[in-house]
Write a protein that binds this ligand. Structure first.
Ligand code: ASP
Length: 305
């Protein structure tokens, strides 16, 4: 099928996905991780990242390559956005050259949704992380990692710990995990790093790491997002690690076999000790690996006939 005839789909938020789409994406990523053969897709996509990224950008590139797609990653410091070109004009320019989809990472919350309204008939848009908004592909790959690890989500207690307030990973993750009917969802972090409003009903707010860890089956640690705070808001590293850092002795409170996750980049000695990040319970590199398969599943869904 020619790309011009394809129905156009975006992935902007978890909410925008129907339940059967969520389930199918997670199932497909797990199948691909198990060695299922991917479809070949004739489409061209561009990575447009206005914030730094290693995992997300590279995994979209690798996913596209494995599907036989064309992928270009635009170096923003060498693109016309430095000459004042608007994002809408950049997107229209790429569409005119035959680009079918755009992966956008942007510091402004809601920017991908705004761009989608402008470019809708021409481009498929994928939210690669918008400010403190959402990071839907990360939430999906995290859920697929848990499913692939054999966890029974319905019976699981999952704690997300750290800078919840600034985390798009937490926002998308909580929405997705609640839609997947996870047994119990907890969040924890210093008061100034908790959200003013808990994004999803039914989430338990814990006020210490120990409380969050008590019998948890999964603990997801989050980085303190210094780039979204002024210097005055930065916590002291040693004090933060002492109170909120995940160290081996504290993991003893969690359920036996508790899985440790982190979306990366990790700051060793801040939110997580090296021994835990590299330890036997860590799924951190499984998440990175699943990231490629989930992004393949997303491209298949996005460009399917
Ligand atoms: N990589 C994730 C994100 O882009 C988490 C982080 O940066 O801490 O949101």
């Amino acid at each position: 099928m020619e790309s011009s005839e394809r129905p156009q789909r975006h992935l902007l938020t978890i909410e925008s996905l129907a339940q059967k789409e969520l389930d199918a994406l997670i199932r497909r990523a797990c199948e691909l991780a198990d060695g299922a053969r991917p479809e070949k897709i004739s489409a061209a996509v561009a990575n447009l990242f206005f914030e730094p990224s290693t995992r997300t950008r590279v995994s979209f590139e690798l996913a596209a390559a494995r599907l036989g797609m064309t992928m270009v990653s635009i170096e923003l410091d060498r693109s016309s956005s430095t000459k004042g070109e608007s994002l809408e004009d950049t997107a229209a320019t790429l569409a005119a050259m035959g680009i079918d989809g755009l992966v956008l990472r942007h510091p402004e919350t809601g920017r991908p949704q705004r761009l989608a309204r402008e470019v809708s008939p021409r481009l498929h848009l994928l939210n690669g992380g918008d400010g403190t908004g959402e990071h839907p592909s990360q939430a999906l790959l995290d859920a697929a990692t848990l499913v692939a690890s054999g966890l029974d989500l319905g019976a699981a207690t999952i704690a997300i710990v750290g800078d919840i307030r600034h985390s798009r990973v937490a926002r998308s993750g909580l929405q997705l995990l609640s839609r997947l009917s996870v047994g119990e969802l907890r969040i924890a972090g210093p008061a100034e790093l908790l959200p003013e409003v808990v994004p999803v009903p039914g989430v338990i707010v814990c006020h210490s790491l120990d409380e969050a860890l008590e019998n948890a089956d999964v603990v997801m640690m989050l980085r303190v997002q210094r780039e979204r705070m002024d210097a005055a808001g930065w916590p002291d590293q040693a004090a933060y690690h002492g109170q909120w850092g995940l160290v081996e002795s504290r993991l003893a409170r969690a359920a036996p076999g508790c899985r440790v996750m982190h979306p990366g980049p990790i700051n060793r000695g801040m939110e997580i000790a090296a021994a835990v990040a590299d330890g036997p319970r860590s799924l951190i590199l499984d998440q990175v690996r699943m990231g490629v398969f989930m992004r393949m599943a997303i491209f298949e869904w996005m460009f399917e006939d």
